[in-house]
Write a protein that binds this ligand. Structure first.
Ligand code: ADP
Length: 451
């Protein structure tokens, strides 16, 4: 069932139940009043009968006449009986009806009694007169009251049906009006496909729920579009990155095979092929690491890694490979040993830090690198400072984008994904990376963990 219909139905049912309750209350109130009114009328009839029969000798002829006139207008199916102190009938208007001794005694005891029996209302009063003590009982059918109640029920029934119809129509109209923006959003969403990710849902208001839904949906589209663009760029760039070394390898091999060469020439060719193959291997390893870290972050096993030890290991690693100089400085080490640990995957974290150091060495043509570990409270920061070519502000904005390489970096080897991977790894372990640099004045990368 459509929300529009559901809403109208809920509204109608609730308001009809409420209406039913109100009507039931009015009906009960009305029947109560009618019943009491009729008891009152019966009471008056008993008093008229008493005056007419028991006090006829005591009142003036005019008053007696008036009472007689009143007495003539009897109630429907009226029966009036007057009993004396010995429970004998002293007066009866209509024959046939008798009240039991128990009822007469009860009236005498309570002085006033009213009740309902077989559709008739009965009132009994105790009457003391100079002629003695009497019990007067009067009964009648409240046919006017019944008819009025019946009429009221009919009116209420008709009103109830009309109310249901009006309520349903009105709630449908309101629901339609309220849900109209959703229909609009729906129509617009239908138009958006993977190829139209630039389209956005238009919204008039950002304060109501539907406006917020549209805004959130647009936010989701922003993120999707960005990630689609990134993917497209990644595929385009990575194909290019993979193609270049393969083309170079094919070129080298073709040159080598084009004619007979000396063993020296072949050696030179093979070395070039090896260099290109190694480049290819680095790119593929980086891609694999990146996809693993991006696609399956939960599967990346993390364990406490002692950062100072990791830095010494990295330094050693660089030094065994070449003569590069890395100066490790440990400033303000904590008393508590556990603050030296970061929860991360050692291999990935090593790769991330090495990428930054490698860049520092590369872009400074192997000038010394300073690596400062600073721990204050729960904040652990690793600052890597180089004396390289530095970067302009517009370069700084883009260095973490995949395949970005500044124009001045083009003369240095590289593929532009090192820092992208580094940032991903550090964020994977809840850290962040910041950079400050000036063209020609070296750069400072700061890797921070605050957990
Ligand atoms: P690659 O080093 O392979 O070019 P990266 O992702 O590591 O790729 O770096 C992206 C770009 O950021 C580099 O091409 C360079 O323009 C700039 N960059 C990174 N580190 C430094 C640095 N230490 N000094 C100057 N420029 C840097």
């Amino acid at each position: 069932m459509k929300i529009k219909n559901k809403l109208s139905l809920y509204f109608t049912v609730t308001s009809s139940l409420l209406m039913l309750l109100i009507m039931a209350f009015i009906y009960l109130l009305f029947s109560n009043l009618t019943r009491n009114d009729f008891y009152q009328s019966l009471h008056e009839r008993t008093e008229i009968a008493a005056r007419l029969y028991l006090e006829a000798d005591e009142i003036s002829p005019i008053a007696l006449n008036k009472t007689k006139n009143k007495y003539i207008n009897s109630l429907p199916e009226e029966e009036i009986l007057i009993y004396d102190s010995t429970n004998e009938i002293a007066f009866t208007k209509d024959s046939g009806k008798h009240w039991t001794k128990d009822i007469i005694d009860e009236v005498r005891k309570k002085k006033y009694l009213s009740y309902k029996e077989n559709g008739k209302q009965i009132v009994g009063i105790y009457y003391h007169d100079n002629q003695g003590d009497f019990v007067i009982l009067a009964s009648a059918v409240d046919s006017y009251g019944q008819a009025r109640k019946h009429k009221l029920l009919q009116i209420m029934g008709v009103l109830f049906c009309i109310q249901i119809l009006i309520q349903f129509a009105a709630s449908r109209w309101f629901a339609q009006k309220m849900l109209y923006p959703i229909q609009e959003v729906n129509k617009q969403v239908k138009k958006i496909s993977a190829t139209d990710l630039h389209l956005r849902v238009k919204t008039d208001s950002a304060t109501d729920e539907i406006g917020l839904l549209a805004l959130n949906f647009n936010g989701l589209l922003d993120r999707l579009e960005k990630s689609f663009d990134l993917q497209k760029m990644f595929v385009a760039n990575s194909s290019h990155e993979l193609k270049t070394p393969i083309t170079n390898i094919i070129g080298e091999v073709e040159v080598a095979l084009s004619r007979e060469r000396t063993s020296e020439d072949y050696k030179e060719n093979l070395l070039s092929v090896l260099a290109e193959a190694e480049r290819l291997q680095t790119i593929i390893t980086d891609f694999l690491l990146l996809t693993n870290a991006e696609n399956n972050p939960d599967a990346t096993v993390a364990a406490p890694v002692r950062i100072d030890e990791l830095l010494w290991e990295i330094k050693e690693d660089f030094q065994t490979n070449s003569v590069q100089h890395i100066d490790i400085q440990l400033s303000s080490l904590p008393e508590e040993e556990k603050l030296l640990y970061v929860n991360a995957n050692k291999a990935l974290l090593t790769l991330a830090i090495k990428n930054v150091i490698q860049n520092g060495l590369k872009f400074s043509k192997n000038k010394p690198i300073v690596c400062i570990l600073h721990i204050s409270g729960k904040t652990r920061s690793i600052r890597i400072i180089d004396q390289g070519i530095g970067m302009e502000p517009e370069v700084l904005k883009n260095i973490f984008e995949p395949f970005f390489r500044s124009p001045s970096a083009k003369e240095y080897p590289g593929n532009g994904i090192g820092l992208y991977i580094t940032k991903k790894i550090i964020e994977l372990f809840n850290g962040r990376i910041e950079v400050s640099s000036q063209k020609g004045n070296g750069s400072c990368f700061n890797i921070i963990f605050e957990q």
